[in-house]
Design a protein around this ligand. Structure first.
Ligand SMILES: [Zn+2]
Length: 125
């Protein structure tokens, strides 16, 4: 599997006719910023938007729940704690203290995961 999570990489459903929907307002304090960062608004069609609202939302929610799981175990601190979030086969540098999300990479390549880890450590310095 390619590490790029893009529900529209194979766009079915005909020509693009609409803008995709952003994350809903009620997700603003949770997975919404992740969704909007990974899936910026784009010109698409109803199928592309449907894929974003299903596969895309699931991906952002999974990432956020992994972040929340790590936050429960991490010690409190007053600086931005960088981590690497891994959801099936995709690794993201992220932060336990804000909604920052770095560039995704393959979680199956240890060198790329180490690079994501260095990027996470640089965050907030
Ligand atoms: Zn941060």
């Amino acid at each position: 599997m390619n590490h790029e999570i893009n529900p529209e990489s194979q766009l079915y459903g005909g020509p693009r006719t609409q803008w995709s929907d952003p994350a809903p307002p009620e997700a603003r304090s949770s997975w919404g910023p992740y969704f909007d960062r990974i899936f910026p608004r784009s010109w698409t069609n109803s199928y592309g938007n449907y894929k974003r609202q299903t596969t895309g939302v699931n991906h952002a929610r999974l990432l956020w729940s992994e972040r929340e799981r790590l936050r429960q175990w991490a010690r409190q601190s007053d600086y931005h704690r960088g981590v690497v979030l891994i959801v099936p086969e995709v690794a993201y540098p992220a932060c336990l203290d804000c909604a920052w999300l770095g560039i995704s990479t393959s979680a199956t390549d240890p060198r790329k995961v180490r690079r994501a880890s260095r990027s996470a450590k640089r965050h907030g310095r």
